[in-house]
Design a protein. Structure first.
Lengths: 263, 402
């Protein structure tokens, strides 16, 4: 612990300075590396081991779909990858730095700078305009009003909702709400976008639109996408599909068709 | 950073206008009540002091009889004699002047106009004790006083009614059965503290009044001026001893005269109004605390209701301190907003009540500042617990919250 904290770069500290752009990763190194990640809930006789040793490498610009039955450990893994939760054991390297033992606030700062989240239920602030929702992460970065507005409008434009900027979630369709949520996730130009069943609440037509948007962001904005889904149709958009079962990675499939450019 | 937090808090308050208003109602009422009560208390005290001081400050009024609740039966107590006046003036330390008074009432007539007024027979000491200057003319001379000449100094109400505001000094008018030369006009004093127009008076040398109106040498009231450097109670005690001796009252018997100390009455009334003000203010202060509890209550509800929002904020990278600050600032902003509205309401209430209660309109800066500061402190104190609860939420659980 101590030796690690004294390393060249303490991520918690490094991410605190938002202005500085992180150094590029050495070619071939994974963006995220999980080694023997375990997670146990409870203690003693009632202890439940949700993750039994996950090994996973995620490279920059990957588009990964995570599949598995409920209770397979995929959500727990996503929470750990999203720095919302800490593993009970194992190593979690982000950009080559150990992040498995960061405290609450350091993880928050890491999320603020490198990660974007999209949820199944959209999770937009009610009675708040699309623009204000998208601005939210920038508020915490302390950007100026002008910078917030420009970046947020750019993000809304990217998801095709620029002219809907002053509408509240109640005035938007489900698909539009999810687009606003995606704009909010990408407005900080994160390395990784974590999407938890992003199409779970949408009909198939809207779902395809959202998947095309994610594919576009992955291909053209260089954002690594990690997506949990139950639907093989949606998983088909990813380059790689990781199957979870009983707290372990069951198998990893390369999806060659998805490697072709999205129309 | 702080500007951002304030912005977030104000946005959140603006999103729930009705709830925000209801939340702050306790603070609004509390602040308004405290400020109104303290201000009205001050105004009442000022009014009481003004009323009392219209009787003259540092003045002892001495009358025959046992004061307000004079006992029934027995012969009426003897009036004072001119010798008593001289004795008090000469023998008691701290007495600046003693003015005897003999009163009568009569109709005054001038050029066809007539006016029922009070005649006050006294000496020049009266004007000194009352500190009552003339606007024109002169006081009477010692010769005129000792000779009991028919010279009059009139109050402004009498001048208004008989001379119609014209020049009175140098004219002669009839009062009762005599005619009297006007030698001076008194400055306007206005209403007496307890009703009655002090300016509706004709003042003459006491001998003139005794000879021409009352027909005796009785003095039924003495006004004693007390030097500021002396305590009125010491002077009062000295006069009591002197008068008991002069009136042959044996030890153990009650005084057959009473001394009315305007300062003492003023102090008593002032401390009574101040006590009442404090009690009412304390009650009002309790409503402030109740208001604070109201804020805490709503903030706790708000934290529960906005659990998902907190989860979103945490997920997109808010640190615990930022969430805590947001909710704390929200609570403080709410209570300060309530405090501000309360202050405005208080000024309106004070304005209205001072008109209804015929009190002077006061603005007491310190109580406004204190009440506003307390409203801010209440926001911090009662907002902290809900804010800490919000900040301690686990983002995963918070996001899953329905």
């Amino acid at each position: 612990m101590v030796a690690r904290a004294g390393g060249a770069a303490v991520p918690g500290r490094a991410v605190a300075s938002v202005a500085s752009k992180p150094p590029p990763l050495p070619a071939g190194d994974p963006l995220i590396r999980l080694r023997g990640i375990t997670k146990t809930y409870g203690e003693g006789a009632t202890a439940f081991q949700a993750l039994k040793g996950i090994d996973l490498d995620i490279h920059a610009r990957d588009f990964i779909a995570v599949m598995g039955a409920s209770g397979s450990g995929k959500s727990t893994t996503m929470n750990i990858l999203g720095c919302l939760d800490v593993p009970s054991g194992g190593e979690f390297l982000f950009r080559g730095h150990h992040v498995e033992a960061l405290d609450r606030d350091q993880r928050a700062l890491l999320r603020r700078k490198y990660l974007g989240f999209v949820f199944q239920g959209f999770n937009l602030l009610a009675r708040t305009t699309a623009l204000e929702n998208v601005e939210l992460p920038l508020l915490y970065r302390g950007d100026s009003k002008q910078a917030r507005r420009e970046a947020s409008m750019a993000a809304l434009d990217k998801v095709g909702l620029a002219k809907w900027w002053d509408h509240t979630p109640a005035e938007l369709s489900g698909g539009q709400q999810q687009r606003v949520a995606i704009a909010r996730a990408i407005v900080t130009q994160p390395d990784v976008l974590l999407a938890d069943e992003p199409t779970g609440n949408l009909d198939s037509e809207r779902s395809v639109e959202i998947m095309e948007l994610l594919s576009d962001l992955n291909a053209n904005s260089g954002i690594t996408v990690l997506m949990v889904t139950h639907e093989p149709d949606m998983a088909a958009f990813a380059h790689t599909v990781v199957h979870f079962k009983d707290g372990l990675v069951e198998r990893i499939e390369a999806n060659h068709r998805a490697g072709e450019p999205v129309a | 950073m702080f500007g951002t937090t304030l912005l977030l808090a104000l946005r959140s308050i603006a999103r729930h206008k009705l709830r925000s208003f209801l939340t702050t109602l306790g603070i609004i009422i509390g602040v308004a009540a405290v400020v109104t009560m303290v201000t009205l208390g001050r105004a009442t005290t000022a009014q009481v002091q003004k009323n009392i001081s219209s009787l003259g400050t540092n003045i002892l009024q001495i009358r025959p009889g046992q004061g307000f609740g004079r006992g029934g039966g027995g012969p009426p107590p003897a009036p004072f004699k001119p010798e008593d006046v001289t004795a008090i003036a000469q023998q008691i330390a701290g007495v600046t002047a003693v003015a005897p008074q003999a009163q009568a009432s009569a109709t005054a007539i001038y050029e066809g106009a007539n006016w029922q007024t009070t005649i006050n027979g006294t000496t020049n000491a009266y004007f000194e004790v009352q500190a009552w200057p003339l606007t024109s003319g002169r006081y009477w001379t010692p010769q005129e006083e000792s000779a009991g000449r028919a010279v009059c100094i009139i109050g402004s109400t009498v001048r208004q009614n008989l001379w119609r505001g014209g020049e009175a000094v140098g004219t002669r008018f009839r009062i009762g059965s005599i005619s009297c030369d006007v030698i001076g006009v008194l400055s306007t004093r206005g209403q007496a503290g307890f009703g009655g127009d002090q300016d509706d008076v004709v003042i003459m040398p006491i001998k003139t009044v005794q000879r021409r109106f009352t027909g005796n040498r009785d003095i039924r009231l003495m006004l004693v001026g007390v030097d500021q450097a002396y305590s009125t109670s010491t002077v009062q005690a000295g006069i009591t001893d002197l008068l008991r001796e002069r009136r042959n009252i044996t030890a153990g018997k009650d005084d057959d005269f009473n001394i009315f100390d305007t300062k003492q009455i003023s102090d008593t009334l002032t401390s009574t109004t101040q006590l009442l003000t404090r009690i009412v203010t304390a009650v009002a202060a309790i409503s402030l605390i109740v208001g604070g509890i109201g804020i805490m209550n709503i903030m706790l509800v708000s934290v529960t209701e906005r659990t998902r929002e907190i989860g979103i904020r945490l997920a997109i990278g808010a640190v615990a301190r930022e969430v805590l600050t947001q909710f704390l600032v929200e609570a403080v902003a709410l209570s300060m907003l309530g405090g501000l509205i309360g202050l405005l309401l208080a000024q309106a209430a004070v304005g209205l009540l001072s008109v209804l209660g015929d009190l002077p309109f006061l603005f007491v800066p310190e109580i406004n500042i204190i009440a506003f500061a307390i409203s801010a402190i209440i926001g911090v104190v009662f907002g902290y617990f809900p804010a800490r609860r919000a900040a301690a939420l686990n983002p995963i659980d918070a996001l899953r919250h329905e």
